[in-house]
Design a protein around this ligand. Sequence first.
Ligand code: UFG
Length: 326
Amino acid sequence: TAMKLVVTGGAGYVGSVCAARLIEAGHEVVVVDDLSTGHADAVPGGARFIEGDAAETAETLLGEGFDGVLHFAAKSLVGESMQDPGKYWNGNVVTSLRLLDAMRVHGTPRLVFSSTAATYGEPDSSPIPESAATRPTNTYGASKLAIDHAITSYARAHGLAAVSLRYFNVAGAYGAYGERHATETHLIPIVLQVATGDREQVQIYGEDYPTEDGTAVRDYIHVVDLADAHQLALAGAAAGEHRIYNLGNGTGFSVRQVIEACREVTGHPIPAAVAPRREGDPAALVAAAGRAREELGWTPERADLAGIVGDAWRFTQSRRGATAPR
Ligand code: UFG
């Protein structure tokens, strides 16, 4: 059934893809984004767009009566969170608490929250189930974990139907919607910048990890599979409950394997140089994502790494076409 939804952060990478898919599924979507890291032209056509702070806007907007909120708006750079923690405690935690209160005041029944694998920190074992200990190694992960705790108690006390989705490494694109950060730190877009000639080489952060080829291993998930999980979460949320699901494919790829996949997809040699480890990077983060499959009926259909990279590559090339000087 069609719902009336607020999508915070709908001008960002994951938020814009999810908003586009929600609109295609027949939902009514209002995007709220302050454009601090998002792009106005990434807001899907068909969405109403309000430029503003997520909490401040929600405090009045939710009075119109909504079926739910999908809360993507957040600060999400691990390195920055260590240099400028206030930006994360205020921008993520305080904003989300105000949003929760606005939902309570206006009786908004459903919340889907963008949590992260960074809530787990360095895992005791791999793959990581939702029952794993949460010991974030950076302020970004700590801020998302604090919000998860707040959601649990709001759901219990106020009857909110809440789902937190703990993303592993989101990648790929959906047509015109994809990853374009002013400050790019993510592996696949960086490697593709080498293929377009915008960057000379990729640095491999550490070759002495206890993994098969010595480089760090991650679980890459296609942004469209991720978006599908949000729709299932929205449908499956139950009043008074806060459910938490890992979203990943359960397969790890090393930094070298990702670079190799990018070479095959782009046909570019992509020079790589080994550099020191990046502070706070765990050796391997792979999801045990059985709970989302069993309880939400989620079936990721785009797990193939070459397919994920291929979609990101098409998006990167189309953006270059869109921004090239004439
Ligand atoms: N990497 C490189 N060279 C680069 C960029 C990245 O070798 O130029 C490596 C990283 O060290 C890491 C892997 O590639 O081992 C993936 O790095 P990303 O920055 O793409 O992703 P992360 O795994 O660091 O981060 C992701 C999410 C974060 C989240 C984190 C959980 O993007 O939001 O997982 O640890 F916090």
